[in-house]
Design a protein around this ligand. Structure first.
Ligand SMILES: [Zn+2]
Length: 436
């Protein structure tokens, strides 16, 4: 037994070594079909050359290594595959996953390391599902930034992480801690990100950035999954919102606002946020504000569907939460359709953690069901997501000079979006993580 374990560890070590040296080598992918460039035009029989984690050349036809003028390269045969850019999920919570069967008070007994260790499998599943980049919108800074660094070092496998760290919320707001005695919550929550008044909110934004935030996440309105009957209307004042956006932008961070109720959506857009998460109640006026500020909507349709199912099956869901699910989720379809009809920028986001990590691609079927073309849905998770991330120079498309984040599926997702649920090949920054 012991001998077997040692052999397994030795072969694992060899695999890891070969994976890293593999990435340094020149690789050549033969792609049967491919979504190419910023316009994502469908090309057949393409040769993609990958050097130093980047796409260095793309040639028509299947070009041999000698014809490419290379002395040595690893060939990856995807001639029977549909090859496309790695997917980007703009709204996940890497450090948790809802599970109605788990003791809801488990978190009172656990340390940050418990969260981090559980997150390793969530990250692995997300990468296996073809998501090569994720934006984490609300996880403790003590867990998410160490995880991000572990992925960057290659200690664990996962998508590239862009993270908000702790959410900026008013006292008693959606991202504050609810449902416990005040003296208990005071001990458990360090209150990073909680602020009241314009000056205090400037301080909170600065503190969250100091803790490592790549992006600022705020709760502009109440939320569905907080155990409080506070509704889903505006929670920050206009002055607080302006102070938050102004401070974040001055420090080079974009701001995304969790917002359901229309008053909070409009107030956040007027204050200049870069995107709205959920956007459950949109109206014509808010559409104008989206356009005026060139803001994005991240609709998270999967989250609504997931919690609606949970209301039916989980008798222990707190009444305050169940009532909000019943009120908010039926609004989502009409709001999404209004945004789509008016050509609002839409970026793909799932709120995974509410749903299972690794099922992120389920969002595509809702986007298409509610009116997006397959091509629009793919754009929302590639080029458009990269733009909202401010990473369009590096991510979101297969072009020379971009990061080699490349996935493949069997069959064309342009004909059947559900093919994206079965990703066959995953490369991130030139390193192969999955090849079926
Ligand atoms: Zn969320």
């Amino acid at each position: 037994m012991k001998q077997k374990l040692i052999t397994t560890l030795a072969s694992l070590g060899a695999m890891l070594c070969s994976a890293s040296s593999f990435a340094a080598q020149t690789q050549v992918i033969y792609a049967g079909s491919m979504l190419s460039g910023a316009e994502q035009t469908l090309e057949k029989q393409q040769t993609i050359v990958i050097e130093n984690a980047m796409i260095s050349r793309i040639e028509e036809g299947y070009v041999s290594i000698s014809e490419l003028g290379l002395s040595d390269a690893t060939i990856i045969d995807l001639k029977d595959q549909f090859v496309m850019p790695g997917l980007i999920d703009m709204h996940v919570h890497v450090t948790f996953e809802r599970d109605a069967n788990v003791n809801p008070h488990r978190w009172l007994t656990e340390y940050e390391a418990d969260y981090a260790l559980r997150s390793i499998k969530y990250l692995q599943r997300s990468l296996d599902a073809g998501f090569t980049s994720v934006r984490d919108l609300g996880s403790s800074y003590k867990v998410i930034f160490p995880l991000k660094r572990a992925v960057e070092r290659g200690d664990i496998s996962g998508p590239r992480i862009f993270a908000a760290g702790d959410t900026i919320t008013p006292t008693g707001g959606h991202a504050d801690l609810h449902g416990y005695r005040k003296d208990i919550s005071d001990v458990i929550s360090d209150g990073l990100g909680v602020c009241d008044g314009a000056d205090d909110c400037r301080r909170a934004v600065r503190e969250v950035i100091k803790s490592g935030a790549d992006v600022i996440k705020i709760t502009a309105t109440g939320g569905v999954l907080s155990n409080t009957a506070a509704g889903v209307s505006q929670q920050f004042t206009d002055q607080e919102l302006v102070a938050i956006v102004d401070t974040a932008h001055n420090l080079g961070r974009s701001v995304t606002a969790h917002a359901h109720g229309i008053s909070g959506i409009k107030a956040a857009l007027r204050a200049g946020v870069d995107s709205i998460e959920h956007g459950s109640y949109l109206d014509q006026q808010s559409i104008k504000l989206f356009k005026k500020h060139n803001a994005y909507l991240v609709p998270t349709l999967l989250a609504g569907q997931t919690v609606s199912q949970e209301v039916l099956s989980n008798p222990h869901m707190p009444v305050a939460i169940a009532n909000k699910v019943r009120a908010v989720v039926p609004q989502v379809e009409a709001s999404f359709k209004l945004a789509l009809k008016n050509n609002i920028n839409i970026a793909f986001g799932t709120d995974s953690g509410v749903s299972r990590h690794g099922n992120n691609a389920d969002e595509f079927q809702w986007l298409v069901k509610y009116g997006m073309t397959e091509k629009q849905a793919i754009r929302s998770a590639t080029i458009d997501a990269a733009k909202l991330l401010g990473q369009q120079d590096k991510l979101g498309q297969l072009s020379v000079g971009k990061q080699a984040d490349i996935i493949s599926v069997n069959g064309s997702p342009l004909d059947d979006i559900s093919t994206l649920k079965n990703v066959q090949f995953v490369m991130k920054a030139g390193q192969v993580y999955k090849q079926l």
